[in-house]
Design a protein around this ligand. Structure first.
Ligand SMILES: Cc1ncc(COP(=O)(O)O)c(C=O)c1O
Length: 410
């Protein structure tokens, strides 16, 4: 059965109707609220299967968390063994120590680590540490850069360059968050010059894991200006950490932040986040900042994280995923040219970003790809170390058809 047929079966329609009764918009995540909705029953390696058994090639890869693919045997075994030994001890345990040791060994900024339950929480904690360390209230973020959904990082610039906050976030919080554009480091330097900013937070890959690349000279300027003004420099490596290299984007750039925010790959597909930074900053969590959190360093996430970090520490899975993504980018670029459809494919390591020239085509590409049996995350494709030549061939054929469908007038 094709995906288009599968989403019109009675079982799928009934599930979507039940979802609408109990879930707002029938969904649990802004990026999963497209229609027609797909319902996944299981996943393995590079593939996932809908409730009726229809198979898709997956490039959402757990929103980027699954560098090693779905249900990697080492992670499955580690989690199965741990679940029987207990999922929450309400006490310190050896796994959190080993997990933190692996992170400090790999991530340049990481002298010490504090675990959280998600990337969003880790961002909140990093900002709290920076504010406590500096005694300053304001933070600075870059336009379009995404750091989860907490209030402090949600302000943005409107078309007229005014700071706005989204629905549900008080406008007053916009006064504490300065948003700067990324075309000229002088703007950032000027915003820091007063010495009243606690932290600069950025995706060192550029916004949305490399969709809008950031000039390395901008990042170097941010590092220098932060140091000169006593501002804490935070790299949000929730997506890039362990994926673009064992040491993350900071090791690729050769620029070390004061604090890194981690998530996704660090826990092998289970929920977690972490703040990993300079010892003097993180030690504030032992003295002046109380940080609870029921699921911090929970044993299940810990064993999945340990299994993953051991496997990715030498960089081999990243190289495999990067090579696959390089081939896929070349093929998809060729397909655009062959079809005469304006667009480009941008690649950051194992992540591809699709840009179609026509806004309507760009808006339709994910649905068109799903209809062809290939699931992408909005307009991005996360490749893994387990995607195969068969996946590549099918994904190229699917893309060639999907771009025509997405570009056709409705
Ligand atoms: C760069 C970045 N930071 C932070 C987050 C938030 O992480 P989480 O979804 O685990 O709360 C995300 C999530 O996609 C992200 O892409």
């Amino acid at each position: 059965m094709t995906v288009t047929e599968a989403v019109h079966t009675r079982a799928h329609i009934d599930l979507a109707e039940r979802a609408r009764q109990v879930l707002p918009g029938g969904a649990t995540h802004a990026s999963r609220s497209y229609d027609p909705r797909i319902y996944v029953a299981r996943s393995s390696g590079s593939r996932k299967w809908l409730i009726d058994g229809t198979e898709l090639i997956d490039y959402t890869m757990g929103h980027g968390a699954l560098l090693l693919g779905h249900a990697h045997p080492a992670i499955v075994t580690a989690v199965q063994e741990q679940v029987a030994r207990g999922t929450h001890y309400g006490a310190a345990h050896p796994l959190e120590v080993e997990w933190a040791e692996l992170i400090t060994a790999l991530v340049p900024s990481a002298d010490k680590v504090r675990f959280t339950a998600s990337g969003t929480e880790a961002v909140m904690l990093a900002l709290r540490v920076a504010r406590a360390a500096t005694g300053r209230d304001r933070i600075l973020k870059l336009q379009e850069h995404f750091h989860g959904w907490s209030d402090a990082v949600s302000p943005f610039l409107d078309r007229d360059g005014r700071t706005r906050t989204p629905a549900g976030v008080p406008a007053a919080l916009g006064l504490l968050t300065t948003v700067v554009r990324t075309d000229d480091p002088a703007d950032l330097e000027a915003a820091l010059a007063g010495g009243d900013v606690a932290a600069v937070i950025m995706e060192a890959s550029g916004a949305h894991y490399g969709q809008l690349p950031l000039d390395p000279s901008f990042i170097a300027a941010a590092r220098a200006a932060s140091t000169a003004t006593g501002t804490v420099l935070i790299f949000d490596e929730v997506v890039t950490g362990f994926r673009v290299a064992p040491g993350g984007m900071q090791s690729v750039l050769g620029i070390t932040p004061d604090i890194s925010v981690l998530g996704k790959v660090m826990a092998g597909g289970l929920p977690s986040g972490a703040v990993a930074g300079r010892g003097a900053l993180l030690e504030l969590l032992a003295t002046t900042i109380a940080h609870p959190g029921t699921f911090n360093a929970n044993p299940l996430s810990a064993v999945a994280g340990i299994a993953t970090l051991r496997l990715v520490a030498d960089g081999a899975p990243q190289r495999t995923a990067d090579a696959y993504a390089t081939s896929l980018a070349a093929e998809w670029t060729g397909a655009l040219a062959a079809a005469g459809i304006p667009g480009t494919i941008r690649r950051l390591s194992s992540i591809l970003h699709i840009f179609l020239g026509e806004p309507s085509a760009q808006a339709r590409i994910a649905n068109a790809m799903r209809a062809e049996g290939v699931d992408i995350l909005n307009t991005s494709a996360f490749c893994s170390s387990v995607h195969t030549i068969a996946d590549l061939e099918q994904s190229v054929a699917a893309f060639a058809r999907a771009i025509v469908v997405a570009s056709s007038p409705t």
